[in-house]
Write a protein that binds this ligand. Structure first.
Ligand code: ADP
Length: 246
């Protein structure tokens, strides 16, 4: 279990996150919904220290890591958090001058000090897992958006994280490629990966989420099972949000 408490983040005078709490149970898929600009991406980035919250605590209950942002954590602590949480980006963020295989080998060799041979073996296995064995030596520009995103997912897996973070992973894709990536994510969910997913894919949330969180204006408006939020919500802001998007 990962306990996230009281996350605050401002950009200058713009107070974006106003005290967000979230409990992420091992093996669960948490889907974060909310209107554009409500702070979803910023929250996700706080979970692996791509943004540094102004205050708040992220604690792994196995005792392996607790980060209290109020005490200005050391770089080493932030790196430890980054290794625990692999991020899949909306725009893939692959290195354009490296092949799919090389993209996957980078984290393990540079950050984790794995040997090249070991990283290569692992990268090939991950490419096979996401159905891209035959694309290992291609560069990102030679791959479709869906294939690039599956490389992005494999890259996040390559650091062997405890938690996978997905920031609108399908929103840059052509509609016919969306299912491709959602299928890979469903596979990971069924394998028991712990995942936090920011998405507008309501059907994915309905089918796969164990827990759904609605964020608006930097606070959690409502959270619960997909059934609770989509079928039984009594909260006017949840109803208004769902009416706008469904
Ligand atoms: P969402 O993901 O819900 O669309 P974001 O977290 O992307 O929302 O953005 C929330 C707010 O934070 C927006 O007002 C956005 O302009 C602001 N913001 C996000 N990142 C930065 C940044 N790096 N610098 C300044 N403002 C930012």
């Amino acid at each position: 279990m990962i306990q996230v408490s009281n996350i605050h983040k401002a950009f200058g005078s713009n107070q974006v996150l106003k005290g967000i709490d979230l409990t992420i149970h091992k093996g669960q898929v948490v889907v974060i919904l909310g209107p554009s600009g409500s702070g979803k991406t910023t929250f996700l980035r706080c979970l692996n220290a791509l943004e540094i919250p102004d205050q708040g605590v992220i604690a792994f209950d196995d005792g392996s890591l607790t980060v209290d942002f109020a005490t200005k954590p050391k770089k080493k602590t932030l790196l430890a958090l980054q290794r625990k949480a692999g991020m899949v980006f909306q725009s893939y963020n692959l290195f354009p001058h490296k092949t799919a295989l090389e993209n996957l080998m980078l984290g393990p060799t540079v950050v984790q000090g794995q040997s090249k041979a070991q990283a290569r073996e692992q990268a090939l296995a991950l490419l096979e897992k996401v159905g891209l064995s035959d694309k290992a030596d291609l560069y990102p520009f030679q791959l479709s958006g869906g294939q690039q995103q599956r490389v992005g997912i494999a890259r996040a897996l390559a650091i062997e994280p405890s938690l996978l973070l997905f920031d609108e992973p399908t929103s840059a894709l052509d509609p016919e490629l969306v299912q491709d990536v959602l299928g890979t994510m469903k596979q990971l969910a069924s394998e028991g990966w712990t995942m936090v997913v920011v998405t507008h894919e309501i059907n994915f949330a309905r089918d796969v989420a164990d827990h759904v969180v609605l964020i608006e204006d930097g606070v959690v408006v409502e959270e619960g099972s997909a059934q609770q939020l989509f079928e039984d919500s009594k909260h006017p802001r949840t109803q208004a949000f769902l009416q706008r998007i469904v």
